[in-house]
Design a protein around this ligand. Structure first.
Ligand code: DC
Length: 235
């Protein structure tokens, strides 16, 4: 499959779109897929988080749509494996703080912020084949993506995963408070007027609740094989 993909990539870039709610496993799975396929991994949530971090630091109110759009347009966001930079500063850890998660979900409601961020995402995919994960990749950013996956998991499992992630970083969070925060964020991400989280009609639904990361990766690779490489195998 790799040979076929490399040949394909010399003629056009491939887009593998992965959408789904927080804690569904998108980031880990998308990173592994990008490694296996030798594509560029793009975490679009990190872009909204970077804009939100800047807004928090500048004390911009989450209702100030004009200022927030300006920040999103001006933000220089660089994504490299395992690293996020905002205007040259390393913000990889800072954008994962719980208050930034909530603020990201709020700035992501604003159409001007989305326009600016989506333009950056499309520009990246114009230069390379990508595994891009977020909420609106298969529906809005790349409605013609080669492969679309909607990755989901039961809410309790998603909370459990996020809790483990935070605990691994030494952060103390009460499970009930985290569940509430995630529910609030999911509700806002799914109900906003502009580009809400939803499954594209041609996306494949994958429930990761009872699967290991490797099982999810293999499931998606099979779909890539079917849709992009005419069933050709790896190696
Ligand atoms: O994937 P994440 O949890 O890091 O994303 C942070 C927030 O950004 C999330 O609450 C919703 C928003 N987001 C979005 O609206 N569209 C995307 N493509 C990616 C993230």
């Amino acid at each position: 499959m790799l040979f076929y993909l490399l040949a394909l990539m010399t003629t056009r870039h491939v887009v593998l779109a992965i959408d789904g709610p927080a804690g569904s496993g998108k980031s880990t799975v998308a990173q592994r897929l990008a490694e296996r396929l030798r594509f560029t991994y793009i975490d679009t949530g990190a872009m909204y988080r970077a804009v939100a971090l800047w807004a928090l630091r500048q004390k911009v109110d989450s209702s100030d749509m004009h200022r927030l759009e300006q920040l999103a347009l001006a933000a220089e966001i660089e994504l490299s494996p395992g690293q996020v930079r905002l205007n040259g500063e390393q913000v990889t850890e800072a954008i994962r703080a719980p208050e930034v998660s909530l603020a990201a979900s709020k700035v992501a409601v604003i159409p001007g912020v989305r326009r600016a961020t989506v333009a950056k995402q499309r520009a990246i995919a114009g230069r390379a084949s990508v595994v891009m994960e977020g909420r609106d990749i298969g529906t809005v950013v790349f409605p013609d993506a080669d492969v679309k996956i909607f990755l989901d998991a039961q809410p309790r499992e998603r909370v459990r995963r996020r809790l483990l992630e935070l605990q691994a970083k030494g952060e103390e969070v009460a499970e009930s408070a985290l569940a509430e925060q995630m529910e609030e964020r999911d509700r806002r991400d799914s109900s906003r007027a502009d580009s809400p989280l939803s499954q594209a009609p041609d996306a494949v639904y994958v429930d990761s609740t009872a699967l290991t990361i490797e099982e999810v990766v293999e499931t998606i690779l099979k779909i890539v094989r079917m849709r992009v490489t005419n069933g050709k195998e790896f190696h």
